[in-house]
Each structure stands twice: as C-alpha cells, then as structure tokens.
Design a protein around this ligand. Structure first.
Ligand code: NDP
Ligand code: GDR
Length: 339
C-alpha cells in the first residue's frame, strides 16, 4: 500500500519534533519544513533520532510562492501547520510580523491548498490564548474568543479563516484549540522550561537567581508528546471539526515553581509582596527567584482551563500526564542534558 505523505510546518519546534516521530511510527513519509536552510535548529529531531528519517525542505509562511512550490513538489495527504511566531510576549513588540506569519500564513496555506491540493487534509494549530480574558469558567469549542495579545488576535484570524474555507470550498481543514503543552523540548523562553532550566542551573551553581514576571497567572498545562496524537486523530475523522485539547486543571506559575523546587530538593520559603516577592533558599538564605517587571506583558491572560469533553468522546483522547509528572519529566531531562 502507498505510504501517506504528511507535511509538518514548524518542524524545528517542540510539537513539530514530537509529531514527526509520531507519524514516522505510523509509517508516514514526513516532509518537515522550516525557514532555515542551514538546519541549525534540529536538536529536537536529533534527540529523537529522526533527523535523517524525514525529508527536510523549506517554507517561509510570509512567502506564498514557497508554499505553492512545496505543494507542487509533493502530493501531501495531510498538512500540519504548526509554524508560527508563537511567543506571546514577542507579539507585543512585533505585532505586524506576528500577524503576517501566525495569521496570514494560515490563509496563504489555505489558498495554495484550494488551488493545488484540494483533497488534502489540513490541521491548524489554534490556541487557548484565543480565549484571552475568559468569558466562561471552562473553555470549550463554543466559548467565545476574547484575545489579549497580537498573537492571540492572529490565531483567531487563523481559526476563522480555516472555518471559512472549510465552509466555502468544502476543504478538510480543522483547528485544534490546544491549551499549553510542555516538555523537555519546550523553547527556553517559555515559562515552564525557563523555570526547570533555571532551577537546575542554580542547583549546579551556573546561575544565582532566576527572574520572572507574573507568577500568579494560571495555565492548563499538559504534556506535548500526548497532544500531537490528538492532532493526528482530528485528521482521521470523517467530518472536519474543531476540538479543544486540554487537561481540565489549571495551576499558577508559582505552583509550578514550588513543584519544581521541591522535586530538586530545595528547601524554600516565599517572602515579600508584589515586585519584592522572592523565593528564598533556606539553606543559604539567598533568593533563587525574583520578580522583574521586564517580563510582564502589556495585557495578561490570567486563567485558562480547557474542557476537552468533545475530544474525549469523539477522538477518544484524554490527557494522561499530571503536572507533577510533567515537572519530573522536564527536570530529569534537564539534568540528563546539563552539559
Ligand atoms: P515553537 O515555537 O516551538 O515552534 C514554532 C515553529 O514555527 C518553529 O519551527 C519556527 O521555526 C517556525 N516558524 C516561525 N516563524 C516562521 C515563519 N515565518 N515561517 C516558517 N516557519 C516559522 O512552537 P510549538 O511547537 O510549541 O507550537 C506549535 C504550534 O502550536 C504554534 O503554531 C503555536 O503557536 C501553537 N500552539 C502551541 C501551544 C503550546 O503550548 N506549545 C498551544 C497552542 C498552540 P524557527 O525554529 O526557525 O524559529
Ligand atoms: P503562554 O506561555 O503565553 O501561555 O503561551 P508562556 O510560557 O510564555 O507564559 C505563560 C504565563 O507565564 C507568565 N510568566 C512568564 N512567561 C514567560 N515566558 N517568561 C517569564 O519570565 C514569565 N513570568 C511569568 C506569562 O505572563 C504567562 O501568563 C504559550 C505559547 O506556546 C503559545 O504559542 C500558545 O498558544 C499558548 O501557550 C497556549
């Protein structure tokens, strides 16, 4: 039987790596596209031992010609659009660029698909950030969006243009509304990895103190390795539909810090308030975490909790890894690859 061929945009990112491994294990031919010809950023694929098992090609989501070129070169059965300017904080300093890549990039893919690959199936990486200042206690597929950053506004555009092309041109195009998902492959700028890497650095005397922003924001954090399976499942359905993927529990950044420092064996206590709040290492009375307003965002998303009952029912997908287990996975890996 002919192997299925899938395109993953954003192959150099966290989800790109896990999804590539997942699809290879399912005997797909995987074309992984990124915007760098030098291929300098393939450490995740190397770690998974798959850098030579995927076909690498180039895509730059701001260039329609590049997308068409790829769609003419390969007859993709499935397209996973994971590429994005994905860091919320950067979207405030680069709003136009973010909207161009993260928002309009989706439309460029849809237009090329409509013309060149109308029978392919497309997965779009939508985000819980679209709920922003939440309008319902738990967010599901019907909860209205209320975005709070240029990133989230761009994702809302991507989400609705997917729906519009699905309805207008009968394309199999779906959005997975994924809540935060983390792993040892998370970029170091995101808060969970910043904390696990930072605390391990402090334990190893490579760093004195870690500086963070708003530690009271709460997120619904799952394990990225599990979340890529849900992406694939969405494309195996008869009907193209959108799904929320989440754990259903939310924790604050402060709770994430406490779980991490405890797992590493630090004896700590919080002191002070607001900008003066610090986490003190009781063994030497030195601060290991401080607050720096530089890491605050002009508008913050305070709380996100997803309701993934639709995915549980239709996709038979459920998050399995608790936050405590996720912290362990991330810290164990941080220690293993310390040097
Ligand atoms: P990453 O930031 O790890 O990866 C993003 C990828 O997009 C990288 O490969 C990056 O390439 C690529 N990229 C950035 N700009 C462009 C561009 N102009 N053209 C082509 N490629 C580009 O993200 P994740 O793996 O964490 O997330 C995957 C997707 O899911 C993203 O769209 C993100 O917004 C979305 N999402 C993520 C969630 C999460 O919790 N992780 C939750 C919900 C949605 P390079 O290496 O060159 O920078
Ligand atoms: P988020 O992830 O914005 O939810 O977007 P991030 O880890 O960047 O922030 C989570 C929360 O932590 C607070 N925070 C800090 N964040 C960072 N990065 N650095 C800090 O020092 C810091 N201190 C506090 C933030 O203010 C925020 O409230 C991620 C990305 O993967 C998006 O692409 C994706 O769509 C969403 O998750 C779901």
């Amino acid at each position: 039987m002919k192997k299925k061929i899938a395109l993953i945009t954003g192959i150099s990112g966290q989800d790109g790596a896990y999804l590539a491994k997942f699809l290879l294990d399912k005997d797909y031919v995987v074309v992984g596209a990124d915007r760098r010809s030098a291929r300098a950023n393939m450490w995740r694929l190397k770690r998974l031992g798959i850098e030579n098992k995927i076909i690498t090609d180039e895509i730059e989501l701001t260039e329609p010609f590049e997308i068409s070129r790829l769609f003419k070169k390969y007859k993709f059965d499935e397209i996973y659009n994971l590429a994005a300017q994905s860091f919320v904080k950067t979207s405030f300093s680069s709003p136009l660029y973010t909207c161009n890549v993260t928002g309009l990039g989706v439309l460029r893919i849809l237009d090329a698909m409509r013309e060149l690959l109308p029978n392919a199936k497309l997965y779009q990486a939508s985000s819980s950030e679209m709920y922003g200042e939440i309008l319902e206690k738990k967010q599901n597929e019907k909860t209205p969006f209320n975005p709070r950053s240029p990133y989230a506004v761009a994702k809302v555009f991507g989400h609705f243009i997917i729906k519009n092309y699905r309805e207008s041109y009968n394309l199999f195009a779906v959005s997975g509304i994924l809540f935060n998902h983390e792993s040892p492959f998370r970029g170091e700028e995101f808060v969970t990895r910043k904390i696990t890497k930072g605390l391990v650095g402090i334990l190893n005397n490579d760093l004195n103190c870690l500086e963070l922003g708003n530690i009271y924001a709460k997120r619904d954090w799952g394990y990225a390795k599990e979340y890529v399976e849900a992406m694939w499942k969405m494309l195996q359905q008869k009907k193209p539909e959108d799904f929320v993927i989440s754990t259903g529990s939310a924790y604050s950044i402060k709770e994430f810090i406490d779980l991490s420092s405890k797992y590493l064996g630090f004896k700590t206590r919080w002191i002070g308030k607001g900008l003066n709040q610090k986490l003190i290492n009781i063994s030497n009375n030195k601060p290991i975490i401080k607050i720096n307003p530089k890491f605050f965002r002009p508008t913050e998303v305070d709380l996100l909790i997803g309701d993934s009952s639709k995915a549980q029912k239709i996709l038979k997908w459920k998050a399995k890894t608790s936050l405590k287990q996720l912290v362990k996975i991330m810290i164990d890996d941080e220690i293993k690859y310390l040097n």
